[in-house]
Structures are given as C-alpha cells and as structure tokens.
Design a protein around this ligand. Sequence first.
Ligand SMILES: O=C(O)C(=O)C[C@]1(C(=O)O)C=C[C@@H](O)C=C1
Length: 264
Amino acid sequence: MARVVESDSVSGGSDVLLSLDSIRESLIRQEDTIVFTLIERANFPLNSPAFEESLCLDSGNSSSLPEFFVREIETLQAKIGRYEDPEENPFFLDNIPPSVYPTHKYPPVLHPKALSVNINKRIWDTYFKEMLPLFVKPGDDGKYASTAASDLACLQAISRRIHFGKFVAEVKFRDAPQDYEPAIRAKDTEALMKLLTFEKVEEMVKKRVQKKAETFGQEVKCSSGEESERKYKVDPLLVSRIYGEWLIPLTKIVEVEYLLRRLD
Ligand SMILES: O=C(O)C(=O)C[C@]1(C(=O)O)C=C[C@@H](O)C=C1
C-alpha cells in the first residue's frame, strides 16, 4: 500500500521526537512545496517595476509592492499565531503583533536564542536580485498583484526551509555535543561548518530537486505521437542550481548561527 506523508512539521506534536532522519524527511517534503512555488512564479515574467520602484503605499512610508504586501500579510498571519510556530520566521520583525487567537503550545525543542536567528533580509535580497532573474522570463505584463502573491509563496517556502537549519543543528548538537562544544566555545565557524557538512547528502538533494522539477514541471501531453522534445515550466538544472548556490549554503549559515548561540 502507498505510504502517505501527512505533514512536514517536526515541532507541532505533543510528543516531539527529533532525529536527523525525521528532519531530513521534512526537508524532502518541503522540496515539493518549493519546486511548485517556483513553477507557479514562472507563470509571470520578472515584473521588476513591482520590486524595484518604491511608492508611498503605507501612511507616508515608501515601499515596493512586494514589501508592502508581505508586511500586511505577515501582520495578519501573526494575529492568528503564525510566528508562535518555531518553524516560521517573519521577514519584517518590527511589524509583528501578538496573536489574538489562542495558539497551539509548541513544545520547546530549540534553544531560546533560536528566536534571534533570522536571515530573512539576506533571503529577500538574494531572491529578488539573484534567483528570480534566473528562473523567470524577462518582461512586464503588469500583473503585479498576482506576481506579489506568488513571490510571497516562494519567499515563505524558501525561508522556512532555510531556517529549518535550526532544527538540523539542534539534532546534530544533541547527537554529538562532545564534537560541537569545543568549536562553539572557540567560536570557530569554520570547524562548525566542517562538522555539519555532509557532501553526499547535498549531492543527493540537488539531484532529487532536479528530478522533482522534471516531474512536476513537464508539459503533459495526452495524444500519442507527440513524443517531441520534453518541455519544462522551470529548467530543472536551474532548480538544482538554486539549491546548490543558495538554499543549502544559507541553511548551513543558519545552522552555524544557531550553534554559536547553543551554549548561551
Ligand atoms: O541534512 C543535513 O545534514 C543538513 O544539514 C541539511 C543540508 C541541506 O541544506 O540540505 C545542509 C548541510 C549538509 O551538508 C547536508 C544537507
């Protein structure tokens, strides 16, 4: 019988049993979300005026459309408890109101200093300046509102994946504190980076997301005799490159940042 993977969360249940395998399962499940959000965003051209031009959109404050949109959505999502969840990290920290809705009590899995690890500013800049121009077509179709909604979906999926580095680091630390503690006390980021790196796993991740982009993003044809060249909505090699150049390295930066605070 087929196995159904129900959730990609690792911290929501009352009985949290963290293991490197369960966290990697979650990262694998999140790949589906990321590949799909990239495919959806590729429906629209770059639409750069939306994020390059700032307008007076918010009671005298000037911001780009995606910034305005993400700020507003984050405020609303915070009110129903999104950022009580240790798996979620806001882009605009100054903007986060408390939840007005009775929220789930998340068991404290991470060190309290985890809250201070947030690299969303860097993720934002990398996404708009480096990733986006790679996988969408140039041009401007004026559909800025739909594009901003699509950008939000990409940004939140990517940010969640990268900040999952906190959970990965916590498990690695618990599995081998004797290896990590000296490097943490010495603030030796290079040694930490070496300890937490598994090159074979990274290669596997890049291959798998390439395959997922081929599978999820292929043009599907029904009639036979149309076995011409395969077309993809997003170039699968680019998806692999996005992981190799940004998603994996930024996850590792989060892991190091978290570990540096782990003994505070
Ligand atoms: O799976 C791990 O051990 C992770 O730390 C995650 C991850 C990744 O980002 O996919 C990052 C570093 C490792 O070298 C391998 C993979």
